[in-house]
Design a binder for this molecule. Sequence first.
Ligand code: CUA
Length: 196
Amino acid sequence: MAEPPSSRLQRPLPDGVVPEAIVARTEKHWFMIMAAMLVVMMAVIVVTGVAGALHPASNVEIIESQTLHLGGEFVESNLGTAIEPDGSATVRLIAEQYDFVPHCVRIPADTPVKFRLTSADVVHGFLLPDTNVNTMVVPGFVAEVRTSFAQPGEYEMPCHEFCGLGHHAMWTHVSVVPKDRFAAQSSLERTRCAPE
Ligand code: CUA
């Protein structure tokens, strides 16, 4: 007579009924695995939030997305990088299918930067790789993210929320330049990345 399989999983079940003790033990094991996964995921959220300053924007600001171009903060002449009286920079961008306006912005290095974004149509995303900047851009709301760039550099900025057929081609460009070079640039050079 053949030896019964040693693995419990391969053993034929008596009348197809799994003993209650085995069910209870298996459930307990899966519960412990689920609890461990939850702990790991919570730890990832807490660590990235505390160490990387990666967290959802804490502000809730609403805006009328149909009339962005008619007046207020997001009129065309107000888009791009502006220097505040305290020396910090504010960058205003509109996300729309399938581009960001303006398509390229210059930002001074070593300066506190505040991005303010809104959408003219559907949900888009705004992500600057290797920084804490990562936000959804939701129509009807203003997304605000603060950061600063220690070094000059070039950032390609993909839209990372699927927003339609042209989503994959939706990019903008952020060009971080040394502070003194930035100060010498005209507003056109800053907001269009026009050649210096
Ligand atoms: Cu905009 Cu994807």
